[in-house]
Design a binder for this molecule. Structure first.
Ligand SMILES: [Ca+2]
Length: 188
C-alpha cells in the first residue's frame, strides 16, 4: 500500500505542473477514448469504457489471448525518442480479474540504437500471485543507454499454465513515461 500511495502521489503532483514540465511521452497512456498507439498483431486487444485506473478513471485497454502456455503476452507502445544518458520515470497500472487465469503483470523497457537494433532490455515485474480485481501499480526509473536512440514499452501479462481452460486477460491503464526534469532530482 505504501508503494501504491507513493506512485499515485508522485503522478498526481506531476500532472498538476504545466504540461510541458511533465509531458507523458506515451502516445495514449490513459485510454480516454480508444487504444490507438498500441499494437501487437498476436494479442487480442480492445478499448473498455467501464474500466479504468485510479489516475485517469474510465477507459482502459483490455488484452487477452487464447493460449495458456506459461508465457507472457502483451502490447507495445509507440516508439519514443530518447536522449542517451537521460533518466526516465516509467509507470503503469494493471488489473487481473478473478475470472482471469493471469496472475502476473510486468512491463519491459526495450532500448534501441539509431539502426533500430535492440541494445538493452529493462523490466518492472509485479511477480506471481498478485491480488485479483484491484488496480496495481508498477514503476521504475531507468537511464537510457549511452547509444540509445529510442525505446518501446511493452505491457505484459502472464498466461495460465498448459491445461487451464479459461482465458488469461486483464486491463492496463495510466501508463506514463516522463523524462527526468528538475522535479526528479534526488529521486531514486
Ligand atoms: Ca483511463
Amino acid at each position: 500500500m505504501e508503494k501504491t500511495h507513493k506512485v499515485l502521489c508522485l503522478i498526481l503532483v506531476l500532472l498538476n505542473f504545466e504540461s510541458s514540465m511533465a509531458q507523458n511521452l506515451i502516445a495514449n497512456g490513459t485510454f480516454d477514448s480508444d487504444i490507438s498507439g498500441w499494437n501487437n498483431p498476436f494479442v487480442t486487444s480492445e478499448w473498455i469504457l467501464t474500466e479504468g485506473g485510479p489516475i485517469s478513471g474510465v477507459g482502459s485497454m483490455r488484452v487477452s489471448t487464447s493460449i495458456n502456455n506459461n508465457a507472457v503476452f502483451g502490447m507495445n507502445s509507440n516508439s519514443i525518442a530518447v536522449m542517451p544518458g537521460k533518466w526516465y520515470f516509467t509507470s503503469a497500472w494493471f488489473k487481473t480479474p478473478s475470472t482471469s487465469v493471469s496472475e502476473r503483470g510486468l512491463y519491459l523497457i526495450e532500448w534501441f540504437d539509431s539502426s533500430d537494433d535492440q541494445i538493452q532490455q529493462d523490466s518492472v515485474d509485479g511477480g506471481f500471485g498478485v491480488d485479483d480485481d484491484v488496480w496495481l501499480p508498477l514503476d521504475g526509473y531507468f537511464k537510457a543507454p549511452e547509444n540509445a536512440s529510442s525505446m518501446v514499452m511493452r505491457l505484459m501479462l502472464q498466461t495460465g499454465f498448459p491445461g487451464q481452460v479459461d482465458d488469461p486477460f486483464g486491463f492496463w491503464d495510466d501508463v506514463f513515461v516522463l523524462e527526468e526534469s528538475i522535479f526528479f532530482n534526488g529521486f531514486d
